[in-house]
Design a protein around this ligand. Structure first.
Ligand SMILES: [Zn+2]
Length: 329
């Protein structure tokens, strides 16, 4: 046994690698397969300890928009020669990651952050990041006191929070005001003759397909930012994600809406205003969305509720006086 093979054997013993029966052969992992070398054929033997595992400080993360989180990766075995990690994101428009594992939440959605060893071992680890809209963890689960309006956090995926009271109401069960679509004050008679943005079903003024946050948005005008009328998508999310119970609150009929968080809002069955009358109060509720009905500008979508259920409809003309329940943001 020559000096070179003695050193190689010694190194093999230290590294714990496998030798063949004859001491002057060594098996070396090339990264893809074992290769057999005769000791005399190699001038020097370099033993590289490859990564076998990567552990991330989190396997899942829940962040709000613009929040950051420093992920740390621990490479095993501890004596791996090259512990360099390459970071990447499956959806960098949802969550980005820099070269040191700093995750930045960009927009609501899901992304997978991957840490990959760069030593050729192919070892990787993943962290699933869920980004929600900023402010989603604030708000109340129920209306806490008389200092309305309160933002109620129902735990909706979009982060939308619903107001505790109707626009114009001073209690959660109060009917509040009735507003023609796009108008920002009440009146005594609701019909085409008194409607500010149209004079008949086929003579409507274009005030936009979504009036949320505009000067035509009664929630926005009367309550200020960030309050606004809900879009039909936000009303649909309420229907899809929450349970409802037809009940009474302080003697007023309506539905108690319970969200995924356990948060609750009460929507009174306030009826609607048509001509000079109040129709179906106590029997059903009608709540405008900010969304124009796209197939006939005479109407806009509204949320309809009664003892049988709830849903949205679009057959009420824009001049009807309906309730508005604000959302934010
Ligand atoms: Zn309140």
């Amino acid at each position: 046994m020559n000096v070179k093979s003695m050193i190689a054997t010694l190194l093999l013993m230290v590294a714990g690698l496998q030798t063949t029966g004859a001491q002057n052969f060594i098996k070396v992992w090339s990264g893809t397969r074992f290769e057999l070398f005769r000791i005399s054929e190699v001038d020097s033997v370099q033993f590289v300890c490859l990564a076998t595992d990567i552990y991330l400080s989190q396997e899942t993360l829940e962040l709000k928009e613009s929040e950051t989180y420093q992920l740390t990766a621990t490479v095993y075995p501890v004596d791996a020669d090259d512990k360099t990690i390459a970071w990447s994101s499956s959806e960098s428009n949802v969550a980005s990651v820099d070269g040191k594992g700093l995750v930045t939440a960009i927009a609501a959605g899901e992304a997978v952050i991957t840490a990959t060893a760069t030593d050729g071992s192919g070892v990787k680890a993943e962290c699933r990041v869920t980004v929600s809209k900023a402010g989603g963890d604030t708000g109340f689960l129920t209306c806490p006191d008389d200092n309305h309006p309160h933002a109620i956090n129902l735990g909706l995926p979009s982060g939308t929070m619903w107001c505790c009271c109707n626009v114009g109401a001073s209690t959660p069960e109060g009917y509040g005001g009735y507003y023609a679509w796009g108008e920002t004050s009440e009146k005594s008679v609701y019909n085409w003759d008194t409607y500010a943005y149209g004079s008949s079903w086929n003579k409507c003024v274009d005030i936009g397909s979504d009036i949320a946050g505009t000067s035509y948005d009664v929630a926005h005008v009367s309550m200020g930012a960030p309050w606004r009328m809900p879009s039909t998508a936000q009303q649909q999310e309420l229907i899809n994600k929450c349970s409802r119970q037809w009940t009474q609150q302080n003697g007023v009929n309506g539905i108690l809406v319970t969200g995924p968080s356990g948060g609750q809002v009460f929507l009174p069955a306030a009826g609607s205003r048509w001509n000079g009358e109040l129709i179906y109060a106590g029997g059903g509720g009608y709540y405008w969305s900010s969304s124009l009905y796209p197939y006939g500008s005479y109407g806009a979508y509204d949320l309809l509720l009664d003892s049988e259920g709830w849903g949205w409809d679009y057959y009420l003309h824009r001049y009807y006086g309906l309730s508005v329940r604000a959302v934010c943001p």
